[in-house]
Design a binder for this molecule. Structure first.
Ligand code: AMP
Ligand code: ZN
Length: 117
């Protein structure tokens, strides 16, 4: 999608600090980290939010979800972490390209967590 910031990151038109990438998935550090570790995990397919998922996305979403603990492990989050998906304006979603937040370590910016909680 041309006016989607995360699609631009996938295309490489906007730089990102990548932590994992394959044919279907990209993970990169949040530009405004709200905690010691704050990574976003997205499908390369543009899906606006959980509300726009359909049954044809079943495999992709399963793959995305199954990669969360693998990515968390590479980030050193052995003690655990939080995951979060904001859905819709009322849910605090700002970027309308489906993404998991992986949040680990100390939360140091409660202000910036307001938009994701
Ligand atoms: P949400 O409020 O759930 O839609 O979260 C969107 C997240 O995307 C926020 O935590 C932003 O800090 C983050 N974000 C926005 N633009 C970028 C970018 N160019 N690179 C990395 N993270 C971004
Ligand atoms: Zn997109």
């Amino acid at each position: 999608m041309s006016n989607c910031i995360f699609c631009s990151i996938i295309k490489g038109d906007i730089p990102s600090n990548k932590v994992y990438e394959d044919d279907d998935i990209l993970a990169f550090h949040d530009i405004q980290p709200a905690a010691d570790v704050h990574v976003l995990v997205i499908p390369k397919k543009h899906i606006a939010s959980l509300n726009e998922l359909d049954s044809s996305d079943e495999k992709l979403i399963a793959k995305l979800t199954l990669h969360i603990p693998k990515i968390a492990k590479t980030l050193g989050l052995d003690a655990g972490y939080k995951t979060l998906i904001n859905t819709g304006k009322g849910g605090g979603q700002q970027v309308f390209h489906l993404h998991y937040h992986i949040i680990g370590g100390k939360i140091h910016a409660l202000e910036s967590l307001k938009h994701i909680g």
